[in-house]
Every structure is written in C-alpha cells, then in structure tokens.
Design a protein around this ligand. Structure first.
Ligand SMILES: C[S@@+](CC[C@H](N)C(=O)[O-])C[C@H]1O[C@@H](n2cnc3c(N)ncnc32)[C@H](O)[C@@H]1O
Length: 251
C-alpha cells in the first residue's frame, strides 16, 4: 500500500488557521477543510459559523447573491410592495444572510423563507441569521424542496446540489469525504432536484416572479429543455466560468 501524499497547507489555509488560533499541526493530521476546524468562513464579508452539517459557502455563490439583490431591487421597483423571497436549500444560511443584509441597507422591504431538508443544517442557518442579520425577517422551514409550501414568492433563489453523482468520486478528498453528500449530489445529470423544484415552482410564482439558480458549468441552455415549455430561461456563466447561473420566468 502506498502512503498518501502529506498534506500541504496553502497560504490561505495557513492564514485562516493562524487567525483562529488553530495550530498547523492539528490541520496536518487530517484532510478536513480548515473551515471545519476553525468553524469560521468569510462569505460576502460576513463571518459565518460552519460545521460538517453544512456546505462551506463558495466564492462563486457571492455572484449569485449580487444577482439576487439586483433582481429583488428591480422587482420591488415594479411592485412597490414587500417582497416575499425563498432560499431553497439554505445550508449555512449564507445566501439568506447576505441578501438580507444588502436589502436592509437598500431599504427594500422583504421577508425571506429559508428552507432545508437537513434539520442540522437548518439549525446552523438559524444561528448565523440570528447573529449576522438580527433585524431581518426570516422564517425557517424544514422541507423537501417546495413540498408543502403554498404561499407565492416574488423571488426564488436556489443553490441546490448539482454535481452529477458519477463525478463525486473524483472530487477532492477534502470535499467528498467531509462535506455533506446531501449538499453535493445532484443525481444522474446533476439536475434531478433542480428540475423537480422548477416543476413545483409553477404553483408558487406570480407572472413577474423570477427564479435564480446556481448550476454546474456543464449545464447549459439545452439541459433545461424539459422545462422550456413553461419557462423563459437565460443561462450565464459566472466570472470564472466555474459555474452557471440560470434565470427563469414563467411564460
Ligand atoms: C450546494 S448546498 C448550498 C448551501 C447554501 N445555499 C450555499 O449556497 O452555501 C445545497 C443545500 O441544499 C440542501 N438540500 C439538498 N436536498 C434538498 C432538498 N430536497 N430540499 C431542500 N434542501 C435540500 C442541502 O442540505 C444543502 O444544504
């Protein structure tokens, strides 16, 4: 049996450990992401608590937050009423917290419903939202996608699992062995949950509502053929073409 290569800490990892007073020796004994050792991660300038029940929020998702805030502002300019927003699969509450912070600053009135299938993740989201945006109106719902949700929303934001199942085995060890499988595995094509959610969304949108999604870089316009009969769809890459963002509006 060959011995695994020793872990080499990146400058980011070293700084991160130093900042939260965790020794490099501790980190070298495991392949755990350093954020799970320190329980801290910076996302959109906010300091989130994370543990192994939640995905560590990724930098590309900060662009989804920017897009969501711009979209929310446009919808508010049109409707002039309190926005109802839903963050499906909130995880650590990263998107909910950052969108809330920005909309509070912009004085756009809103309420966010943050949903999760994982009760442990929902507890982490509650903890982060309470600490980071105590003034935001956020309700937390444990649910499978939009099942049981009956109210309508102006904006649906979802960064659901989108990695095709077969690719999970090839991910970095720090991801596949430590981040929750339920946060990564998007089924055969990566779009299983996403297509189900889009189908359910028909019942919870107004004609002006938008859905914003983060998906895999392999998911282009054609992968949304199954839902094209009902929705206008725009797919755009993020600035590093690491992921795609999808905007849908009901036809
Ligand atoms: C890729 S992670 C994203 C987490 C967070 N939104 C973010 O951007 O960092 C996907 C999240 O969706 C949740 N999830 C998976 N399947 C779900 C389902 N059927 N219904 C609701 N949430 C689900 C996972 O538990 C996980 O927290």
């Amino acid at each position: 049996m060959t011995k695994p290569d020793p872990r080499i800490l990146s400058p980011y990892e070293k700084n991160h450990l130093r900042k939260y007073d965790i020794s490099e020796e501790t980190a070298l004994q495991t392949e755990k992401p350093v954020e799970y050792l320190t329980h801290h991660v910076d996302f959109c300038g906010l300091d989130f608590y994370v543990d192994e029940s939640v995905l560590i929020p990724r930098i590309e998702t900060e662009e989804l937050v920017v897009l969501a805030v711009q979209t929310a502002q446009k919808i508010f300019d049109k409707t002039k009423r309190k926005l109802e927003i839903i963050d499906v699969g909130t995880g650590s509450g990263a998107i909910t917290s950052c969108v809330s912070k920005k909309l509070l600053e912009l004085q756009v009135p809103f309420r966010i419903t943050a949903t999760e299938i994982s009760p442990e993740a929902l507890q982490v989201a509650k903890k982060n939202v309470k600490k980071l945006v105590p003034k935001a109106e956020v309700q937390f719902v444990e649910s499978n996608l939009l099942e049981g949700i009956t109210q309508k929303f102006d904006l649906i934001i979802a960064n659901l699992p989108y990695i095709p199942t077969e690719r999970i085995a090839f991910l970095d060890k720090s991801v596949k062995d430590f981040e929750p499988r339920v946060a990564l595995d998007g089924g055969k094509s990566g779009l299983t949950l996403i297509h189900t959610m889009i189908d359910q969304a028909k019942n919870v949108v107004y004609p002006h509502s938008k859905i914003l999604l983060e998906v895999d870089y392999t998911h282009g316009y054609d992968e949304f053929n199954p839902v094209r009969a009902d929705w206008n769809i725009v797919v755009t890459p993020d600035s590093n073409v690491g992921v795609h963002f999808v905007e849908l509006q009901k036809k």
